[in-house]
Design a protein around this ligand. Structure first.
Ligand code: GLN
Length: 307
């Protein structure tokens, strides 16, 4: 299989759809992105990166960062994580508050906003959100083998300025005793990790360990146990796209995670990690063109975990 030839076919398949979907407009830095952008990168076991389009342009990874914080929290607290967050799909929007009251402040899963805020709380030690972000940046730069990975601080500032809903979620969970740190401390880390800016190439490389049982196939570094890696992939498959998770599994059949910056990360166990970016979103906040590209990629490669 010639991956570069397949990428040309994927680019042809998305061409008629370029610019489709609706670009997130809750903050100026996202609203001003050119909707025609499209990039895709595949990191493979031999350290190669196959790419097409705007794959080296950095974009706001937004909720895709929740995969990395989830992985770090599992490493830090192990199964204790599941005392404070569930692992069921929510069937609700990413920022929904509706289930939290019924379920006594325990969010459905680590990949919705409320769940990711709890996960971030686990990563904050001694009330020091700056140290959490420094640690996260160190880890991502190592995984991506690229020291230039960084946060877009303008996006982080806008996230905070428009963060009323995330503040509501956090205060609501705090009222049930499900946050150890001060709400503003946790959110200052959460807003910054949402504002991480990576290219498709950097993102695919950084997530490669998730396709190889938790071990980076290029450096040989074991990042997660195989069991925890499997569990992250399971939660990505069932919960990675909010109320669009079932449709994504149906169409693409890979563990994935979307972000409102238009990025989607998809894991192909035993093969590699795929990152695609196109800013226009569907109603659930998943990239419209990104999903079409992944559908075409899976059709060409047979990479769906369902065969
Ligand atoms: N920063 C956004 C938020 O917290 C992330 C949402 C997303 O990417 N789905 O609401």
């Amino acid at each position: 299989m010639d991956i570069d030839e397949i990428l040309e076919k994927v680019a042809d398949a998305v061409e008629p759809h370029r610019g489709g979907g609706k670009v997130a407009d809750y903050i100026p830095a996202l609203a001003s992105i050119d909707p025609d952008k499209f990039g895709l990168a595949i990191a493979t076991k031999d350290g190669a990166c196959h790419k097409i389009g705007d794959a080296d342009e950095c974009f706001s990874i937004q909720s895709i960062s929740k995969v990395f914080t989830f992985s770090l929290a599992l490493q830090k607290v192990g199964d204790g994580l599941w005392k404070r967050v569930g692992r069921e799909p929510s069937g609700s929007a990413f920022n929904s508050i509706i289930q939290l009251e019924h379920e006594k402040g325990i969010p459905r899963n680590p990949l919705i906003n409320a769940g990711a805020i709890v996960v971030t709380d686990h990563l904050v030690e001694n009330g020091d959100a700056d140290a959490t972000i420094e640690m996260l940046l160190r880890v991502l730069r190592d995984h991506a083998e690229d020291q230039s990975v960084d946060i877009d601080y303008e996006v982080a500032k806008s996230e905070s300025e428009t963060g009323a809903r995330n503040r509501s979620l956090a205060h609501f969970m705090a009222s049930f005793g499900n946050l150890d740190n001060e709400v503003e401390v946790v959110l200052s880390a959460y807003f910054r990790h949402c504002a991480l800016a990576l290219s498709c190439s950097q993102l695919a490389r950084a997530a490669l360990f998730l396709a190889f049982d938790g071990k980076d196939p290029v450096t040989g570094e074991r990042i997660l146990t195989p069991q925890r890696c499997r569990r992250i992939n399971a939660v990505m498959m069932s919960c990675g796209h909010y109320d669009n998770s079932g449709d994504f599994a149906f169409r693409i059949g890979l563990p994935g995670k979307s972000g409102v910056g238009g990025g989607v990360l998809a894991i192909v166990p035993g093969e590699g990690a795929v990152a695609v970016w196109s800013p226009g979103l569907n109603d659930a906040g998943t990239s419209t063109v990104g999903s079409i590209a992944l559908e075409a990629l899976v059709a060409e490669t047979g990479w769906s975990v369902f065969g």
